[in-house]
Unconditional design. Structure first.
Length: 248
C-alpha cells in the first residue's frame, strides 16, 4: 500500500483531487468509483473548483457510487442520490447517463444488486475512492461481511447508524438497510484510493496497518489489493506505530 501522509483535511482533499485529476486526464474513458460521507467532501470541492476553472472535465467520465440506503426515495435529502447531486454532480459537467448509483427503492432488491454488479463488470472501475468507517467498514460492508460478496443488501450496524445519525432528525429515521458494492466488487477495481482524516479514524487506520487480513475488519482486505494508495492526515495516522504491535 502506497501511503501519502499529509498534515490535515485540506491537504488530504487537495492530494486526492490531484490524484483523480491525473487519472482522469490520462485515461481515455475513466470509470471512477465514488463514496459519500464527510471524508470526500473536500475532494469534491476541489474537483468542482478545477472544473469551473476549466482545468478538468468529467464529460468523458463514468461514475459508480458505492452504496445507497434502502427505503429512502432518491429525492430524500438524506439519500446518497441527493448527497451526490448536491455535493458534486450538479456542479460538474458529467452527463447524467454516465452516473450510476444503486437504486435503494427497487422493488426487487436482489435483481437490482445483480444489475449493478453486471454494470460494474461491463464498465470496469479504474479507480475506486473509499472512506473508512470507525469499525473498519468500506462501502457498507460491516465487520464480518464475507470477502467474496458482490453487490448485496446489508443491515447496518448500530454504530454505523449512530455515526450517520448526524444527518437525520433522529436515530430512528436512519435507514436500517442499504445496498452496497461488496468487498469482491471493490477488489475488482484496478486501483483504490482510500482517504482518512481526523482523530476519530486513528484506531481504524492503525488497524489497517496492523498486518492482519480479517473479515472482522473489512478494510484489512485492501492489503491484498495490488494497487492501493492511502492519503491520510496526521491525526488519522497518529496511532499507527503504537497500535501496530497490538493487532499482530
Ligand atoms: C460512503 C461509504 C462509507 C463511508 C464511511 C466513512 O459511501 O460507503 O463507507 O466512506 O462510513 O464515512 P465518513 O467519511 O462520513 O467518515
Amino acid at each position: 500500500m502506497n501511503v501519502i501522509r499529509v498534515p490535515d483535511y485540506e491537504a488530504m482533499s487537495k492530494r486526492a483531487a490531484d490524484f483523480l485529476t491525473a487519472r482522469i486526464k490520462e485515461l481515455p474513458s475513466p470509470v471512477i468509483g465514488l463514496a459519500t460521507g464527510s471524508t470526500p467532501k473536500g475532494m469534491y470541492k476541489q474537483l468542482i473548483h478545477a472544473c469551473r476553472m476549466e482545468k478538468i472535465s468529467f464529460r468523458h467520465v463514468t461514475t459508480f457510487n458505492l452504496d445507497e440506503y434502502i427505503g429512502l426515495p432518491a429525492s430524500d435529502p438524506n439519500s446518497y442520490h441527493s448527497f451526490m447531486r448536491k455535493t458534486f454532480f450538479q456542479h460538474m459537467d458529467i452527463p447524467p447517463e454516465q452516473i450510476y448509483i444503486p437504486d435503494g427503492e427497487a422493488v426487487l432488491l436482489e435483481n437490482e444488486c445483480t444489475r449493478y454488479e453486471s454494470l460494474i463488470d461491463k464498465k470496469g472501475v479504474d479507480v475506486q475512492v473509499l472512506g473508512i468507517g470507525q469499525n473498519g467498514h468500506i462501502g457498507f460492508n460491516e465487520p464480518g461481511t464475507p470477502f467474496d460478496q458482490t453487490t448485496h443488501v446489508t443491515t447496518l450496524t448500530d454504530s454505523t447508524r449512530q455515526a450517520n445519525a448526524r444527518f437525520f432528525s433522529s436515530i430512528e429515521s436512519v435507514p436500517k438497510q442499504a445496498i452496497t458494492m461488496g468487498i469482491a466488487s471493490i477488489m475488482k477495481s484496478r486501483e483504490i484510493l482510500l482517504l482518512a482524516s481526523g482523530p476519530h479514524k486513528a484506531e481504524a487506520v492503525a488497524r489497517l496497518f496492523s498486518g492482519n487480513v480479517l473479515e472482522a475488519f473489512p478494510a484489512s482486505v485492501l492489503q491484498d489489493h495490488p494497487h492501493v494508495t492511502i492519503i491520510v492526515d496526521d491525526e488519522a495516522f497518529s496511532l499507527v506505530s503504537r497500535k501496530e504491535e497490538k493487532y499482530d
